[in-house]
Ligand binder design. Structure first.
Ligand code: FAD
Length: 542
């Protein structure tokens, strides 16, 4: 008992004076003399939680964690690292919802971006009520050069908090991710896609301006007009060029409700034909004519149910009775495809939304009677994955390994992809996670950003969102490899989203014509290759 008590007292002392531990050998001793050192912790209570991420597939401990109190702390750390004769790696970490260590800084310093939000009342996993670094401007009188409403949000903010703040002004961002508990800086470092991307582009297409602290520790404001090279570098830039501390994001009037529609197909060609038709309806003028295309749905996604388990997915929620109907189709025909769409509406225009919906449904060729339509509040609609998360958390099934594979598949090969991947390689997905499949329009992406997409006017976002156990992990990883091998062997020019490669040659291939630009920008903004080493872009002599 005495030994236990001594151990307990010692470990308590360690946690109290953790930052007084011996300075890690991998970091220059001079760092401990800087003012920011009081906000740097080297104890395992600080370093352990940021050693892994949502993927739970890799573990890499940093030597230290910086809990910044302001942007100045981040500038001080980065300029010190850059100027040091012994530069060390630094990774900003948003919510750590990467999959394979992309927000890690092995033996370096992780910047806990969320500590900036915690200082202003946010930082918990609930929607905060007061958040000073989120400022909404609803200037719609033409006096604003950027033309419409926007929000200035700290890079550390959760999209859920941005939504709650903008809604106070009756406004909301235009483009989303399916899950809102991700940070602004984290999703803008990738792209940020969901069912609105076909119309508004990914989240990176809806940014007007950024504040970025480069790898040299310099704070720069950038936009399409000003420091545009840095602006485009950072968007989709995998955290390689700087730390996003503020993003100015376009807003639109927020609807009250959504007509949320799910339509079932057994024929993949009919499913994708309808999806592609719906993403062509954008309400914009048809080139060369005076006519305007009808607006269609505001949200278009889709998923595949390979076996009798649609109810079990955290991404879809069918009632047991509806699920039974879908399951009987699966038993009879094999894979079933579910087109998911939404029409936004204000309370006052519910009737018009109903008429629009009837008109649109008449144009589609889902299985008659297999329509599932509900009216749902806008916030609940956007935040619906949260409900699935909380259910899985309660069952202890959220914090498990996630060997996800996300691909952009060119439209011309999506049918080949279906025939082999959904129908043969992935034989069943019972309880292993949802599969999302939906098309987006390439012209809503800006070629100048660092994001990489297929070279076709329409491409599909395909996400295999696996949850693994120790028994199934190896099998799921092997299955992912088989999918990638198939695409490679068959010349299907897929691009990985949330990419992960270990070989330089794979990165060069991934970026294609953009590789040289990516390298040049790295030389310019992070010459010592300090930032976000967990992405693995520059592990070798690239
Ligand atoms: P982190 O994992 O903390 O960081 C990601 C990368 O960005 C790291 O390299 C990090 O160093 C860098 N970084 C972090 N903050 C900054 C910053 N301020 N400035 C510069 N670089 C920074 N993605 C979609 O597009 N659509 C979806 O619908 C979607 N759904 C998801 C659902 C779940 C449940 C999960 C776990 C992920 C989902 N994702 C989706 C992927 C997600 O967008 C990315 O993993 C994103 O990076 C996570 O944000 P984060 O704040 O956790 O970033």
């Amino acid at each position: 008992a005495l030994r236990l008590t001594v151990v307990f007292i010692l470990s308590s002392l360690v946690s109290i004076v953790g930052h007084k531990r011996p300075w890690p050998a991998t970091l220059p001793q001079e760092l401990s003399a800087l003012d920011i050192s009081v906000r740097i912790r080297v104890d395992p209570e600080a370093t352990f939680p940021v050693s892994t991420d949502f993927g739970r597939l890799v573990s890499a401990a940093p030597a230290a964690v910086l809990f910044p109190s302001s942007n100045l702390d981040i500038m001080a750390l980065l300029s010190f690292a850059n100027d040091s004769p012994r530069p060390f790696k630094v990774a900003p970490r948003g919510r750590g919802h990467s999959l394979r260590g992309q927000a890690a800084a092995p033996k370096g310093v992780v910047i806990d971006m969320r500590s900036l939000a915690r200082r202003t009342g946010g930082g918990h996993d609930t929607v905060a009520t007061t958040l000073s670094p989120i400022t909404v401007s609803s200037c719609q009188d033409g006096s604003d050069p950027q033309g419409s409403a926007y929000v200035d949000a700290g890079g550390e903010q959760l999209w859920a908090d941005v939504l709650s703040e903008t809604l106070k002004h009756g406004l909301a961002p235009k483009s989303w991710t399916d899950y809102l508990y991700l940070t602004v800086g984290g999703t803008l470092s990738n792209a940020g896609i969901s069912g609105q991307a076909f119309r508004h582009g990914p989240q990176i297409s809806t940014v007007y301006e950024l504040d970025v602290i480069t790898g040299k520790g310099e704070m720069k404001t950038c936009s399409k007009e000003h420091n545009s090279d840095l602006f485009y570098a950072v968007l989709g830039g995998l955290g390689q060029f700087g730390v996003i501390t503020r993003a100015r994001i376009a807003l639109e009037p927020a609807p009250d409700n959504v007509k949320w529609v799910r339509l079932i197909y057994t024929n993949f060609a009919a499913f994708t034909k309808d999806q592609e038709y719906l993403i062509s309806l954008d309400g914009r003028p048809t080139p060369g004519t005076n006519s305007t295309k009808s607006k269609g749905f505001d949200y278009v996604e889709g998923s595949v149910f390979l076996d009798r388990s649609p109810v079990s997915s955290w991404r879809s929620s069918f009632s047991p009775a509806d699920s039974a109907r879908i399951n009987s189709l699966i038993t009879k025909y094999g894979p079933v495809y579910c087109l998911e769409a939404g029409i936004y509406y204000r309370n006052a225009s519910k009737f018009a939304a109903e008429k629009d919906l009837d008109r649109l449904l008449e144009e589609l060729s889902f299985i008659p009677g297999m329509t599932f339509i509900i009216d749902i509040g806008y916030v609940r609609f956007l935040n619906r994955v949260r409900e699935g998360e909380l259910q899985l958390r309660a069952q202890g099934l959220w914090d498990v390994p996630h060997p996800w594979l996300a691909l952009f598949v060119p439209r011309s090969r999506i049918s080949d992809f279906n025939a082999r991947v959904f129908r043969r390689i992935i034989r069943e997905n019972r309880s292993k996670g949802p599969i999302l499949v939906y098309p987006v329009n390439r012209d809503r992406w800006d070629e100048r950003t660092s994001a990489v997409i297929p070279d076709e006017g329409v491409f599909y976002s395909v996400s295999l969102l696996w949850s693994a156990t120790t028994e199934t992990l190896e099998q799921l990883e092997a299955q992912n490899e088989e999918v990638l091998r198939f695409c490679n062997d068959e010349g299907i020019k897929v691009k990985q989203y949330l990419p992960h490669y270990e070989e330089r040659s794979d990165w060069v291939k991934h970026f294609g014509a953009k590789w040289e630009v990516f390298l040049e920008r790295k030389r310019k903004y992070d010459p010592k290759r300090i930032l976000s080493p967990g992405q693995g872009n520059f592990t070798s002599s690239a």
